[in-house]
Design a protein around this ligand. Structure first.
Ligand code: ITT
Length: 183
């Protein structure tokens, strides 16, 4: 089976390719822009995205809307994660968190999959914390400042280990469960 990963983010594609390897699914990168509506709900963004791409005749694809939700900042940057990453970046988020006692945060990943005329939407969550400083050269986006175990950042652990615990890894396993009759 072949699934197009519709995203502008090659880091996501690498994670999907590795996750799907063991299931006989070939994940190919497709850069096909779609309108990411402004919403407080990742699921709504994904459902609208699926509808738009399907109306252009696309099938057998995945879209992924993710975000970092920081407890102390009442869920910020959340649905604005892409904008915040592009503007103030990890250093800006670390500044907002300077001196914060509560460093709890979670990554959320909402996957929308359109396959065989069926839509599947699943959301994976990974709890962790915001480190005091950025660490590591792997991964992408907020990976250097997020840790799932309070010790190592997502940018310091191998891709397989990130997939094993991450929001995206959790969502992929939920998706595989939903697609079981197609595999
Ligand atoms: P597409 O919408 O084109 O898929 P994007 O990078 O804009 O790509 P999102 O809107 O889903 O993706 O992501 C919001 C931000 O969160 C963006 O800056 C990402 O780099 C970051 N992000 C998403 N998943 C992440 C992960 O697993 N680790 C670190 N940062 C992540």
């Amino acid at each position: 089976m072949r699934l197009s990963i519709v995203t502008s983010n090659p880091g996501k594609v690498a994670e999907y390719q590795r996750s799907f390897e063991g299931y006989g699914i070939e994940a190919v990168h497709l850069r096909e822009p779609y309108d990411e509506v402004q919403s407080s709900d990742l699921g709504e963004v994904v459902r609208k995205g699926i509808g738009e791409l399907r109306s252009r005749g696309l099938s057998d694809f995945i879209i992924d809307d993710s975000g970092l939700f920081i407890d102390r900042l009442k869920g910020f940057p959340g649905v604005w994660s892409a904008y915040v990453q592009k503007t103030i970046g990890n250093d800006g988020v670390l500044k907002l968190m300077q001196g914060a006692g509560d460093r709890g945060a979670e990554f959320r990943c909402c996957i929308g999959c359109c396959i065989g005329g069926r839509d599947i939407v699943v959301t994976g969550v990974c709890r962790g914390s915001i480190l005091e400083g950025g660490r590591g050269a792997g991964g992408f986006g907020y990976d250097p400042i997020f840790s799932h175990d309070g010790r190592r950042s997502f940018a310091e652990i191998p891709l397989d280990e990130k997939n094993g615990v991450s929001h995206r890894g959790v969502a992929v396993r939920m998706l595989i469960e939903e697609m079981r009759d197609l595999l």
